[in-house]
Design a binder for this molecule. Structure first.
Ligand SMILES: C[S@@+](CC[C@H](N)C(=O)[O-])C[C@H]1O[C@@H](n2cnc3c(N)ncnc32)[C@H](O)[C@@H]1O
Length: 246
């Protein structure tokens, strides 16, 4: 594809991820994907591994897993790919895959429909930015565990940080980030407890916990200014990354 044609097609799509497609074409997504990637602390090499990216959207993390040498990567999604919401659609993933000459596979499937029969099992499962969109988070993690035979990398919003016991905030409306697709904000103890309940024996928080109050204040103020997010909900939440093994 010619660079001017690629630029034209990129401009027609609403992007979530920021992806460098090469030849000077950089997708200007709303997400700071490179910064998120650094927080994930993924193994430098995924050589020989099979990787599943659940809720892949434009596929930034699927393409990254392929770059790290994964022998097979499957990107799955449903909500943002079906194009019936104002979240964009699957054209971003498809265009980025073509531009990157990537072999990442794709499957349109809801998290709650994941099963070994439907998609097989994978060495590494990426479950990034999806848990808090789940109405049934423990059930969702059960489905994720069913298709994972070694390691999950989970990134999520956490709430209820003042509580040491496992606890979860429920967002019946748009209490988190003015986004009605957000349903739950577990605290770190609840995320760890759910992961153990669905069969992950060893869990480690690798990023994000207890970011200092001044950092969270500044971030809440920035997000209120930039995206009109609610200041207090942003202040009392954080994001963490957990690595967990079967
Ligand atoms: C905040 S985005 C995260 C995208 C990407 N994983 C990342 O970390 O940048 C949440 C993704 O989860 C997907 N999603 C939400 N609910 C889903 C469901 N029930 N089944 C499958 N995917 C879902 C959305 O379509 C969206 O792509």
């Amino acid at each position: 594809m010619r660079v001017d044609e690629l630029k034209e097609r990129v401009a027609q799509i609403r992007w979530h991820h920021s992806i460098d497609l090469g030849s000077g074409v950089i997708i200007p997504g709303q997400d700071n994907s490179a910064r998120k990637l650094a927080r994930l602390k993924l193994p430098a090499s995924l050589a020989g591994k099979t990787v599943l990216d659940v809720g892949a959207w434009d596929g930034y993390f699927s393409f990254d897993a392929e770059r790290r040498g994964a022998k097979r990567v499957l990107a799955t999604d449903s909500y943002s790919w079906n194009g019936s919401h104002d979240w964009g659609d699957k054209r971003g993933f498809l265009l980025a895959r073509t531009a990157l000459a990537s072999k990442v596979e794709d499957c349109d499937i809801d998290v709650l429909d994941l099963s070994p029969d439907r998609i097989g099992t994978f060495d590494v499962v990426l479950f990034l930015g999806v848990l808090y969109h789940m109405k049934h988070p423990l059930l969702a993690l059960e489905r994720v565990a069913s298709v994972c035979h070694d390691m999950v990398v989970l990134e999520t919003v956490v709430d209820m940080l003042f509580c040491r016991r496992p606890a979860m905030a429920f967002y019946p409306q748009d209490e988190l980030g003015r986004d009605a697709t957000n349903w739950c904000g577990p605290n770190p103890a609840a995320v760890l407890g759910m992961l153990r309940t669905v069969g992950f024996k060893r869990c480690e928080i690798v990023s994000g916990l207890r970011r200092p109050l001044p950092f969270r204040l500044a971030k809440a103020a920035y997000l209120k200014w930039k995206r009109k997010n609610q200041f207090w909900s942003m202040l009392r939440t954080d994001r963490i990354v957990i690595h967990a093994w079967k």
